[in-house]
Design a protein around this ligand. Sequence first.
Ligand SMILES: Cc1cc2nc3c(=O)[nH]c(=O)nc-3n(C[C@H](O)[C@H](O)[C@H](O)COP(=O)(O)OP(=O)(O)OC[C@H]3O[C@@H](n4cnc5c(N)ncnc54)[C@H](O)[C@@H]3O)c2cc1C
Length: 585
Amino acid sequence: MEKQDNGEIRANEAGQEADEAVRAAGAPRRGMDRRNFLKGAALSALGVASAGALAACAPQQNGGKAADASDGAKAGEDEPFKAEETVDADVVVVGCGAAGFMAALRASKGGANVVVLEKGDSMAAPNGIYVSGPFAVGTDVLQNKPGGTTLTVDDAFYHVMEYSHWTPNPALMRRCLETSADAVAQLEEIGYTFEEKNFRFETPFMGEKGGFHAITNASDERAKLWEQALADHNVDVRFSTALVSLATGDDGSVTGVNAVEKDKKNITFNAKAVILAAGGYLGNRDLQERFLHTRKLNVARGGDSICTGDTILAAEKAGAALEKTYGYCPCEYGGTHANASRPAKQDKFDQNTAFKFGLYGCLLVDAEGKRFINEGLLCDYPMSYGSEQILKNSPWYAVVDQAYVDAMSTQGLYNYTTAKGATEDTWFIGNYFKDRILENLPADIEEGIEEGWCFKADTLEELAEHFGLDELPQTVARYNEFCDAGADAEFGANPWYLSKVATPPFYVTENEPSAWSTFGGVRIDDCCRVLSAETNDPIPGLFAAGTDAGSLYYSPYYDIPGYCYGLCIDSGYIAAEEAVAALKA
Ligand SMILES: Cc1cc2nc3c(=O)[nH]c(=O)nc-3n(C[C@H](O)[C@H](O)[C@H](O)COP(=O)(O)OP(=O)(O)OC[C@H]3O[C@@H](n4cnc5c(N)ncnc54)[C@H](O)[C@@H]3O)c2cc1C
């Protein structure tokens, strides 16, 4: 991977070559009969806290013979995968990110001979290295925080199940939460350190409960810890090696992975269990269109994402069911735009502050110039409640006047909003904006105008015409009445967010959403076994974890900080337990 000046990562040639190879091949789908596969009682392989849940899962036997590249015809619908080399393993993990790393480590600790395939060319590639931290319950970190914790698995479980209308797999969700302390302990064991922190928003469990575990190691140190831990446990890590398709036996069971190495060498990795953990499909606009009905979701980390849905497509071709729910883990730092040279990013990075209009609670309109959202809700909950509408209405437009620009560049949102009546008690996210004054706003606006995503005009009619926002003048007239009345009669935005558009010149920014990750993928059961589209039974030999696994996530994203990463490490842990149990069945 190539390291950019701003510390972010973009795909290198090897990843792109691998993408091309991925597009070129796939595994045929075959029918299967569950009764041929279910066998025996479960093994409690690793002696972990969730052994009860483990025992509930019947491990499958790998019904088919191991894939043998020489017999061909396992990989592609159009042409067979021709392996130049075969490698045998007990477990092959695809993707060395948050879920894949955990799965590889746990499977090797369970006694399996493990190979990890990673499309990126070093441990600097996986998103899982760069996270702020996971949500978890019952950890030593929570117990040791001042005053301890009152957070229970029940608290978190019922909260997320109600939030998600019981859409994800409930048994899997509970098991993930029950596993979360062990998953965090596993990371502590390899050298991670955590501190319990209140996040700035979306925190149903702030204060005496807690739950967000901020990682205190620097990211380059984390990469070294991962490398060391995998080396210590003899895990064979293959960088610049991407899954192309799944190898399947005649009975439909998964017998390994067909992969391409950087130099285009084709390798078949025969395995008794394959764990898919390749991080979703953010880098694949066709899959965005298929699953999210937009092509406009940008990469919050910057550049392109090498997570291009390869495993989801390969699993589908191998007969896996895909889940119903698709969504994304949104960037909470503001709108962005494909044409912007300095898109919205984490606070620590240089960025164009005019994108802040996209989520500061001021007037937002759709492509027709009509309001489409409670703008204050987006400011308060940019990752959860606000995120669906900005995805569906992308690009969306923020409209402000000169008075608002002056206020943001001299006072900042905190002073502006508290002057309109918000208090520390009523405006829970307010503190985050303290001292965040957008001093560079005038220059940033000029840059946005040059780049074509921002426009300035003396009249609303002129402003509307530029981006074709036909309804804008009428929308502003009505919105200004709400501002004067101090009440949003349309969507109920908090009055302190209502910001009149009255003092020319007027400004509009065109915004697109960006994401840390996508949600939605293969359907899995509470043992992280991938289910067949035909029978809804486990496909022998195939597991999935992390954001590849559709049955963990909901749309919109949960309102709990760290929940995406938390479920990744939990499910990686569970998938490894189950894969090892299946080996021993
Ligand atoms: C900068 C950043 C910060 C984040 N912070 C948080 C946070 O604090 N809390 C939180 O809950 N979530 C956070 N997220 C969301 C985050 O993406 C997930 O929590 C987590 O990393 C997802 O884990 P994963 O294992 O599903 O995928 P990833 O960690 O993305 O790993 C997937 C891996 O699979 C590899 N891969 C892709 N295709 C193939 C293929 N064909 N063959 C082989 N390998 C392949 C990729 O190169 C990648 O390394 C953050 C995301 C980013 C980008």
